[in-house]
Design a protein around this ligand. Structure first.
Ligand code: ADP
Ligand code: MG
Length: 320
């Protein structure tokens, strides 16, 4: 049996927290108060407004959010194609704000792989699936005959792993949209990146085909251990990952974690989903709008520290 901590225990914990390790020190991807401002014709758009995100090595997670919430802006930064205005972003030990042009090229070639929504943006039209997949390996080095043979073999292995080996000698226009996206994943995986980023990779596909493409991401995650971040509008995809982070107005807002729970008596397995709010280092908490609206909370709330939780109530100072 566990007992609830006393207030003295809590005070002790508060004191301990002062020397806790740096934010995201053990994460593969760390975004810390990330800001991206676009200026166009004198008008500023704050696409990211202090976004915090941690992704651990080996995760397969989804990012969701309304159109214009900043998802693609974040993906372009993580892909090394765009630089933040302020804040910090680290991926696999690289500081994305401090990379030289040369670092950036090496980063895009070896550390991250990406898959975009438009199938046409992912593959070169005049190359076959096998040639498309081998291309990043050729660009990364090794032009000898032995190296080329190794590239060809690895390309085939990847195509087989993602169930598109039958497309090896086909050019993109000879493949279905779903096959093209699965080949796009093999291209992204060619140089064995630590992170695979995908921005609405199933956005142009019907739900059955989207399911197959999502299965390919899962295979890459499980068999190759690649950490994967998928931006999606598709609730079915979001439901299949353990963790879904919602972005709202350029900031991470809520997070849903799903875990499998097995009933001890029946052995029946269910998925339990629980919603979490993000707590930033300054202690700021963003409550979901539907929660605060349901209780009429705005501007100020009443707060109480309890041994095992914090209570939040509508502002009662005007009453009684
Ligand atoms: P999402 O992918 O979630 O739909 P985006 O990241 O594409 O959102 O866009 C976030 C906001 O930033 C939008 O208001 C969009 O208009 C703006 N934005 C994105 N890219 C640019 C750009 N290159 N120049 C100006 N504004 C941009
Ligand atoms: Mg987008």
């Amino acid at each position: 049996m566990t007992t609830n901590p006393t207030l003295a225990d809590l005070a002790h914990r508060v004191a301990e927290g002062r020397d806790r390790p740096a934010y995201g020190h053990d994460a593969l991807i760390t975004c810390d108060r990330l800001v991206r401002i676009f200026s166009m014709d004198g008008i500023e758009v704050q696409a990211l407004q202090g976004l915090d995100l941690l992704v651990r090595e080996g995760e397969l997670m989804a990012l969701v959010g309304a159109s214009g919430s900043g998802k693609s802006t974040l993906m372009n930064i993580l892909a090394g194609l765009d630089t933040p205005t302020a804040g910090a972003a680290r991926v696999a030990g690289r500081d994305l704000l401090a990379m030289t042009a040369k670092d950036r090229l090496a980063y895009r070639r070896h550390v991250v792989g990406f898959v975009w929504q438009q199938t046409s943006r992912n593959l070169l039209p005049y190359l076959t699936a096998a040639q498309n997949t081998a291309l990043p390996m050729r660009l990364a080095g090794g032009r000898s005959r032995g190296a080329r043979r190794a590239h060809g073999e690895r390309a085939l292995e990847l195509l087989e792993l993602l169930n598109v080996a039958d497309c090896r000698d086909r050019r993109p226009h000879q493949m279905s949209g779903g096959q093209q996206q699965r080949v796009a994943i093999t291209v992204a995986l060619a140089n064995n990146p630590a992170v695979l980023l995908a921005d609405e990779p199933t956005g142009e596909l019907d739900s059955h085909t989207a399911e197959q493409v999502f299965a390919a991401f899962r295979t890459a995650n499980e068999r190759l251990g690649t950490t994967i971040v998928i931006v999606t509008h598709d609730q079915a995809v979001a439901d299949e990952v353990r963790r879904t982070v919602a972005i709202r107005d350029g900031r991470t807002s809520t997070e849903v974690l799903r875990r499998h729970q097995v009933d001890a008596t029946t052995g029946h397995e269910t998925v339990v989903a629980r919603e979490y709010a993000m707590l930033d280092r300054a202690g700021r908490l963003q409550l979901p709008a539907d929660y605060t609206e349901a209780l009429g909370m705005r501007d100020r709330v009443a707060l109480e520290l309890e041994p095992d939780h914090i209570g939040i109530w509508p502002d009662d100072s005007e009453q009684g």
